[in-house]
Design a protein around this ligand. Structure first.
Ligand code: ATP
Ligand code: MG
Ligand code: MG
Length: 341
């Protein structure tokens, strides 16, 4: 394999491209919008997912197709899959594109989720609230990220999200952790240490490793992630977000791609999540994902970008900037990995 096709040209595609180039591989990015990844990739196609000619030309120029973005339309995937292998597979994508399918799958393989109810339209909401109770969170089934498409349901009247949704019971967690796990084409599995995640207004703020939880909880978390990866016959890097509760671990959601809460691996490991993903999709052996440092990853969101000069002057700080233009509120502009031990 020489050329990897990546659907999506955001910061994740950018960091995947850098990892691929270090291994002597090159990336062709397909992205309908602005592509921060374009600065570092071998080639970029800017076209819509409806443009069949562009999709065909893209697929024919690459050896394997992966993605940094899970909301690729089915019609585009059908065409791409007829031309080149897609890794992780269509099934992994289908399961994680839709919160209802995802939670149903997780329960089927014996993993706990928040209690949930299908809410196909606004008229179904009162009955769902009756079943799940308050407080709860209404989330669109598709397309949500960074807390977008979510409505908290408290004591007052309930707002509607405007699209088919699931209603989730509110989980009183003591902590949020995530496991980033890689699985190779041969079924070899390598998990990074679980990280402790702190969110602000639905957006990831920091990830800290080690996560500070007892050994049993961290082992359980890795086993949960491995069960998901094996059940999907997964190839690539998978992110699994978990809630820690007194009754055990609850899976919040999964992401069939490299994950923001895995950025610490760039400073903590010999082989980071981006290289691990490239190795897996290229059919190469996985690398050493052991953690060699204690790291705090902090996202630079919106105006945080003003802190760059000061961060550049700090020791133990690894700075990553995504080359995005304007610093809008809530926009992820970069991140820092602080080596703390
Ligand atoms: P991401 O950017 O991680 O894909 P998302 O938009 O898919 O985000 P979720 O991960 O579902 O959103 O939720 C964002 C955050 O909101 C969670 O990390 C958690 O802090 C909180 N949250 C979500 N669901 C629940 C729940 N059922 N109970 C309590 N808190 C929740
Ligand atoms: Mg999500
Ligand atoms: Mg999430």
């Amino acid at each position: 394999i020489r050329t990897i096709g990546i659907l999506g040209g955001g910061q994740l595609g950018r960091m995947l491209s850098v990892a691929a180039s270090r291994l002597g591989l090159r990336c062709h990015i397909f992205e309908p919008g602005a592509a921060p990844a374009g600065d570092v990739a071998w080639h970029v196609t800017t076209a819509s997912y409806e443009d069949e000619d562009a999709l065909r030309a893209f697929a024919e120029s690459v050896d394997v197709i992966t993605y940094e973005f899970e909301n690729v339309p089915t019609s585009a995937l059908d065409l791409l899959e007829s031309l080149r292998p897609i890794r992780p597979s269509r099934r992994a994508l289908a399961v994680s594109q839709d919160r209802l399918t995802e939670k149903t799958f997780l329960n089927e393989i014996g993993l706990a989720t928040a209690p949930f109810a299908d809410v196909p339209d606004e008229a179904a909401l009162p009955e769902a609230i009756e079943a799940i109770g308050r407080p709860s969170i209404l989330k669109t089934r598709r397309m949500g990220y960074d807390g977008k498409g979510q409505v908290r349901i408290g004591d007052g009247p309930a707002e509607w999200t405007g699209a088919p949704s699931v209603l989730e019971g509110f989980v009183n967690f003591s902590a949020e952790i995530s496991v980033i796990i890689a699985r190779g084409a041969d079924g070899q599995v390598s998990a990074f240490d679980p990280g402790l995640n702190v969110h602000e207004s639905g957006i990831l703020r920091t990830t800290t490793v080690p996560c500070g939880l007892p050994g049993k909880a961290t082992t359980d978390a890795v086993l949960v992630a491995a069960r998901i990866a094996n059940a999907l016959d997964y190839v690539g890097v998978l992110g699994v977000e978990l809630f820690v509760t007194p009754d055990g671990l609850i899976v919040n959601e999964i992401a069939p791609r490299v994950h923001n809460s895995g950025h610490w691996t760039q400073a903590g490991c010999a082989v980071d999540q981006f290289e691990q993903h490239i190795r897996a999709v290229a059919g190469l052996p996985l690398g050493d994902g052991k953690r060699y440092a204690d790291v705090v990853m902090e996202n630079l969101i919106g105006d945080d970008i003003a802190r760059v000069p000061q961060l550049m002057a700090s020791s133990g700080v690894q700075l990553h900037l995504y080359g995005k233009g304007e610093a809008r509120p809530g926009r992820k502009m970069g991140h820092v990995n602080r080596i703390v031990g």
